[in-house]
Each structure stands twice: as structure tokens, then as C-alpha cells.
Write a protein that binds this ligand. Structure first.
Ligand code: MG
Length: 359
């Protein structure tokens, strides 16, 4: 992907990596930057976490422009609901209500619109949350590819979150944060990945290009709030969580490195990737670590609780392929991977996800 054009927005600015982070910092933060103000806005825009916190309410907005709008394992409607639900859940909150804005393109068949709405309803039922307000606009036929959907949402504190924080403080008495945040990691914390990488990005790519990479490649798009609530309430000790969407694991870990000011070491042989996904990535020259996921989380946890978190994850359908993939370290200030051949390589922040318009 090229970012040589310095005067205009390009597709790479929407691909979730370095280019998008720069766009957000250089333009959006320039106009809307706010610092944390306790207790009014404890987690502000400037934290650039998965969601903000206003008072005791988690607040999130997420737009979806996936192309095409239907792909193996999901569609734009399911993606829009799950994206917002998961971004709220990874701060440790429970989603309570969603708002939905549709921008529909002239010519979209009613049958497709209804398919999308019914898929959204099913995702809402799975997550046990509902759409309570919204808006609909229609634009002339053009480049939308059918429709664009924004879903915003609110989340609240739960007893599960309080339990989680109490467990953290047992092992780290100086811990003060009231939410599960990207900036909470310290040296020694374990990094856990809830399942296989790359499934969503490759499923969308196969729909974009009209090719089949292997029957097992379907999107992992799923609401993860129930699984997360169980981890917080039954185990605890979780400091940071993130859904590795656009830019994949590589981008998510680099965000932790930058916000927690801590090095991260992961082990290549512990990273779960399906054989079909690995083969397709090799064929296409794509790094699966940079490909977006929509049904996975990474967890940073106190080392004393990592094994128990892993066991609990493995007992769920969504987390059955989970692994402890590494740890935070103060030996270096970067994201590095111990490779299967024994060397170490730096995992740089990708410029953008190698696959365009995957969410
Ligand atoms: Mg996120």
C-alpha cells in the first residue's frame, strides 16, 4: 500500500496501522484533544484506547465500510455490532445500549438490507444488547459498495470488573487504574492471545478477489463480551485487553508498547494460526501478524493469574485455541518476536493492514 501522496487522504489512512494513527494524532487530536479530568473524563480521546470513559460510562463509536458487505462467516451488520460491543468490553465494561447510523447507497436491494438487519439483530441477541436509537441516510450510487454502518455504544461498570481489579491489587498493591487500559502493563506481565490470527482478513480478501483459500477460512466476527465478563469475574488479574482488528496483532502490541512504555517479547511457536491461513498468507506474501481479526482479544495479565486465565479461555468456544504468547519486559523498548529458528526479530508497527477495507 502506498502512502506517498502527502496531500490527500488515501486508503492506507483507513487501514489501522501507522498511517491511520498519524492521521488521528495530526488532525483529529489537534482539534479535539482533551486530557484526563477525574472524575468527569477519566479516559479521554487522547488516551486513544479502544473506547473513552465519561464519568462511569464507557463510550464508543465505530464505522464500518467493509467491502464486500457479505463475506464468508459474516457481513457488515454483524461486524458493526460486534466491533462496538468488543471495543466496550475490552475496557472491562458491559455494553448496555447501541446507536446505529446507516448510510445506504441508492440501488441497495431491500433483500440485502433485510439480511443485514437480521444479522445485526442476531449479533445483538448474542451480546444481549439492543439498538435504541439511530439514523438513516441515502446517497447516490457510487463507491460505498452498498452501505456504510456506524454503531456507537455505551457500557457500564460491573461486579466482574471490580473483582478483576481487586485481584490485580492483590498482586500489585500500587495499582490505581479503575479500568482495563492499554497503559496498564508492567514488566513481567503475561500476554495471552484468545485464538487463531488472520481468519477475518483472509475471509474478506477471498470475497474481494473471488478466490477460495481453503474451506476453513471464515471470518471470526463474534461478540466477546460474555467471554470477557467471565474472565474478569471468575479469574481476574487482567490489566489490559485489546481486539487486534485492522493492523492485527503487530499493531495492537505496538500500541501497548507505546502506551505502557514497556517492551513486549512474543514467541513465534506459540502463536496460533490455522494451516489454511498460514498457507494463504505465504502464497500472497502477507504477514498474518498484520492481518485484522474480529473475534479475538489479546490480554495482558499479572503473571500469577495467566495460567488460570488460559484455562478459562480454553473452556469457552471463542477461546479454545488460546495461548500465552509472551510477556512484557523492561530489557528493551520495542515489540520483538523469538522466531522458530532461534533468532529475534522486531515486530514493527505496520503502515496499514495489508488487506484494504476489511471492517
Ligand atoms: Mg479495538
Amino acid at each position: 500500500m502506498s502512502s506517498e501522496d502527502k496531500k490527500h487522504i488515501t486508503l492506507v489512512h483507513g487501514a489501522g496501522g501507522k498511517a491511520m494513527h498519524e492521521l488521528v494524532k495530526r488532525y483529529i487530536l489537534k482539534y479535539f484533544s482533551t486530557r484526563a479530568v477525574e472524575p468527569v473524563v477519566p479516559v479521554p480521546l487522547e488516551a486513544l484506547d479502544d473506547a473513552a470513559v465519561v464519568g462511569d460510562t464507557v463510550f464508543k463509536s465505530d464505522s464500518h465500510a467493509v467491502k464486500p458487505i457479505f463475506f464468508p462467516g459474516g457481513d457488515i451488520g454483524r461486524l458493526a455490532v460486534c466491533g462496538t460491543v468488543n471495543d466496550i468490553a475490552v475496557l472491562g465494561a458491559e455494553p448496555v445500549a447501541l446507536a446505529c447510523g446507516f448510510i445506504l447507497e441508492e440501488g441497495l436491494p431491500f433483500s440485502d438490507f433485510e439480511k443485514i438487519l437480521s444479522s445485526m439483530k442476531k449479533a445483538c441477541e448474542e451480546a444481549e444488547v439492543n439498538v435504541v436509537t439511530g439514523d438513516t441516510k441515502v446517497v447516490e450510487k457510487g463507491a460505498l459498495g452498498g452501505c456504510v454502518i456506524n454503531v456507537s455504544g455505551m457500557g457500564k461498570r460491573t461486579e466482574a470488573l471490580e473483582h478483576n481489579l481487586a485481584v490485580v491489587r492483590k498482586y500489585r498493591p500500587s495499582f490505581k487504574a479503575r479500568w482495563v487500559l492499554d497503559s496498564n502493563l508492567r514488566a513481567g506481565d503475561k500476554i495471552i492471545l484468545s485464538g487463531t490470527l488472520g481468519d477475518h482478513g483472509l475471509a474478506v480478501l477471498s470475497a474481494q478477489e473471488g478466490i477460495t483459500f481453503g474451506s476453513s477460512i471464515v471470518s471470526d466476527v463474534k461478540p466477546l463480551n460474555h467471554m470477557i465478563k467471565r474472565l474478569l469475574g471468575e479469574v481476574g488479574g487482567i490489566l489490559a485487553m485489546k481486539d487486534p482488528t485492522r493492523g492485527g496483532l503487530a499493531d495492537a502490541l505496538n500500541e501497548w508498547n507505546q502506551k505502557s512504555h514497556i517492551g513486549i517479547l512474543i514467541y513465534e511457536n506459540r502463536i496460533p494460526i490455522k494451516p489454511d491461513v498460514r498457507a494463504a498468507c505465504e502464497m500472497l506474501g502477507i504477514d498474518p501478524l498484520e492481518v485484522g481479526n474480529e473475534g479475538k482479544i489479546i490480554i495482558g495479565a499479572v503473571p500469577e493469574k495467566a495460567e488460570q486465565i488460559l484455562e478459562t479461555l480454553k473452556s469457552t468456544e471463542e477461546g479454545k485455541d488460546a495461548e500465552i504468547i509472551g510477556e512484557a519486559t523492561d530489557e528493551f523498548d520495542a515489540v520483538a518476536m523469538q522466531t522458530v529458528v532461534g533468532g529475534k526479530r522486531i515486530i514493527a508497527q505496520p503502515l496499514g493492514d495489508p488487506i484494504p477495507r476489511i471492517c
